[in-house]
Ligand binder design. Structure first.
Ligand SMILES: NC(=O)c1ccc[n+]([C@@H]2O[C@H](COP(=O)([O-])OP(=O)(O)OC[C@H]3O[C@@H](n4cnc5c(N)ncnc54)[C@H](O)[C@@H]3O)[C@@H](O)[C@H]2O)c1
Ligand SMILES: O=C(O)C[C@H](O)C(=O)O
Length: 350
């Protein structure tokens, strides 16, 4: 069965579990799977709600949280939720929950099937995602070095911006360690798909669950290219198309007015992405958009729908035809995307 979730609008496992809770505070555990998920940056704006969704998930049996602050408290808090998974929280320093000394990055990552990385600083109004490079490049590099050492077979999902550069950094770090498997490294672009689905559905007066917009390119400014021309039966005017496209790229940072960027919708999107990886590991074929090493275009990484199975990416699906409007943005985007990828590669090899 192909579980097609570059559409992001299905009720995900955690939310389904919550909806079918048999008695108020406990969730059904009958379909519980055995999988360990590590969240790095787990005490942050994305990390906390993402960890909450993971704690609710019947797909996850072990949840390990890592951050430079706060994880013992976040783990203690989550551990009171009566679901079947265990939860640990660790810091680089010797404080952890449960209190048994520092379990650190090594224990956080050892045995992990999936590692999700939302560690790093978010944007403020006026900044581009690329402006985060100087701080976040080093954070991602260090954390992925940990993955190479302690969980070289895990699937790694990178949320930290700028994704167009942090994913190439991760690839170079893994290559240096001799542990790179391009089938298992992903930049998370699911929020772009969530937004495109929501905005298109609102504009057409439809339920978002009936919409499945493919978003290609990368995850920064004009490199985010939603293919609204493929929404069945939709006829957007040029002005509507432009408004939808621009809105999919950027809205929350300005609305939060200095208090960071998307956290709650990103936690949802990050959870949907993670759950799809877990389903793939369990043997379902999953299709979802992600920013991955790719030969679809002349950029070495590209976001597009990919088919994922037990051992990672099985196929990068063909792009298909672009409308003239999409082709115009595609041509504009490519130099920017390639330069952001190159910036990441150069950083990792400096
Ligand atoms: N891919 C996407 O679609 C998407 C969407 C939203 C946000 N983001 C990005 O996600 C990142 C996190 O955003 P946020 O709002 O959660 O930020 P935040 O500041 O609220 O949280 C980040 C967390 O990372 C932790 N951290 C910093 N350095 C670390 C290290 N070396 N090891 C472990 N943890 C470390 C911080 O302590 C903090 O708890 C940002 O870079 C943001 O731009 C990406
Ligand atoms: O906008 C940001 O900086 C965060 C994230 O990339 C997003 O798309 O919400």
């Amino acid at each position: 069965m192909i579980f097609n979730r570059h559409a992001t609008n299905a009720v995900s496992g955690a939310l389904r579990a919550a909806a079918t809770s048999p008695r108020g505070c406990s969730f059904s555990t009958t379909s519980a799977s055995k999988a360990k998920v590590a969240v790095l940056g787990a005490a942050g704006g994305i990390g906390q709600p993402l960890s909450l969704l993971c704690k609710l998930s019947p797909e996850i049996s072990e949840l390990s949280l890592y951050d430079i602050v706060g994880t013992p408290g976040v783990a203690a808090d989550l551990s009171h939720i009566p679901t079947h998974s265990s939860v640990t929280g660790s810091l680089p320093s010797p404080v952890s929950f449960p209190m048994k000394g520092n379990i650190g990055l090594e224990e956080t990552l050892s045995g992990a099937d999936v590692v999700v990385i939302p560690a790093g600083v978010p944007r403020k109004p006026g900044m581009t995602r690329d402006d985060l490079f100087n701080t976040n490049a080093g954070i991602v590099k260090t954390l992925v070095e940990g993955c190479a050492k302690f969980c070289p077979d895990a699937m790694i999902a990178i949320i930290s911006n700028p994704v167009n550069s942090t994913v190439p950094i991760a690839a170079e770090v893994l290559k240096k360690a001799g542990k790179y498997d391009p089938k298992k490294l992903f930049g998370v672009t699911t929020l772009d798909v969530c937004r495109a689905n929501t905005f298109a559905a609102n504009s057409l007066g439809l339920d978002p669950k009936d919409i499945d917009v493919t978003v290609i390119g990368g995850h920064a400014g004009i490199t985010i290219l939603p293919l609204f021309s493929r929404v069945g039966g939709a006829k957007f005017s040029d002005a509507e198309l432009e408004a939808l496209t621009v809105r999919t790229r950027d809205e929350v940072v300005a609305a939060k007015a200095g208090a960071g960027s998307a956290t709650l919708s990103m936690a949802y999107a990050g959870y949907v992405f993670t759950e799809n990886l877990l389903r793939a590991i369990r043997g379902e074929n999953v299709v979802q958009c992600a920013f991955v090493e790719s030969s679809l275009t002349d950029a070495s990484f590209f976001a597009s729908p990919v088919k994922i199975g037990k051992n990672g990416i099985e196929e990068i699906l063909p792009l298909g035809d672009l409308s003239p409007y999409e082709k115009m943005w595609f041509d504009k985007m490519m130099p920017e995307l390639k330069s952001q990828i190159q910036k990441g590669v150069a950083f990792a090899n400096a």
